[in-house]
Design a protein around this ligand. Structure first.
Ligand code: SAH
Length: 251
């Protein structure tokens, strides 16, 4: 018996749009997205794509007008609601270009809810390029069928972050000097994973983090990892231990 083809075919181009999508609405894509559909894929009226907005979910859309760099689409049927992601923040010290891009991309694929850049004593990068990081997050979400993107905070100093730490959120502090194995410390409530910069935290910073009542020092094993590896490994272990990976196929 021939397999029933999935409809719509998953090979349809899939793009993020910043505007909120609504049935029968018109969306104009210019810039990179418009160029991709019009000039690279050479799509025109009658062709279909999938759009998602990180707010309402994923929709089918028909191209109604197309130029080389500007494509107009009419929103059709809703395909999926916005997915639920676990209530996990990734708090990380900005690191150099390339490595920080990789963290943003992987956080988007893994389904982190919020990215919180934090400035520490040994942070060597004190500004982040928000647009570039967002572009990496969006590209990963487009390719991996995400309907949600992590939100991205502006960088904040560590002492400010700790002073305002929410009472109901555990702060899983990845401490290369040791702590509870992360798989055992991950609960199911709101959580954040805190990863230090390449140079690690200073002894004073480790003290102030440990002084936060919601902080739990956690270990990622006996090998020291680079900050980017530590971030992605920690998020993965947390997701598995918190039960997020027990469900499959209910996208
Ligand atoms: N070169 C630094 C190590 C920093 S590793 C030093 O020697 O101090 C960068 C960050 O990754 C650390 O601050 C920590 O948050 C996290 N990390 C790396 N390996 C870890 C491990 N085995 N357990 C817990 N956290 C770890």
């Amino acid at each position: 018996m021939p397999a029933t083809p999935a409809w719509p075919p998953s090979s349809l181009p899939r793009l993020y749009v910043a505007d909120e999508l609504a049935p029968d609405g018109l969306v104009t894509l210019e810039g990179q997205s418009g160029n991709y559909l019009g000039a690279v894929l050479r799509l025109g009226p009658g062709d279909r794509v999938k759009l998602f907005d990180d707010k309402t979910g994923e929709w089918l859309a028909d191209i109604v007008d197309a130029g080389k760099k500007r494509v107009v689409l009419r929103i059709g049927q809703k395909l999926r609601e916005r997915e639920a992601v676990p209530d996990l923040w990734l708090v990380f010290a900005p690191i150099k270009r390339g490595r920080i891009d990789w963290i943003a991309e992987k956080a988007s694929e893994l389904g982190v809810a919020r990215l919180v850049p934090v400035l520490t004593h040994r942070t060597i990068v004190d500004r982040i390029n928000t647009d570039r990081l967002l572009a990496h997050m969006i590209e990963a979400a487009e390719q991996c069928e995400r309907t949600a993107l992590p939100s991205l905070d502006v960088p904040r100093k560590l002492d400010r972050l700790l002073a305002d730490w929410p009472a109901d959120r555990s702060l899983l502090f990845a401490d290369e000097h040791g702590g509870t194995p992360l798989a055992q410390a991950a609960g199911t409530g709101p959580a954040a994973i805190l990863i230090g910069p390449e140079g690690g935290f200073t002894p004073e910073e480790r003290e102030s983090i440990r002084a936060v009542p919601q902080a739990v020092p956690v270990s990622l094993g006996r090998r020291i990892l680079r900050a980017d590896t530590a971030a992605v490994a920690a998020v993965s272990v947390w997701m598995a231990a918190a039960g997020d990976w027990d469900r499959h196929g209910d996208r």
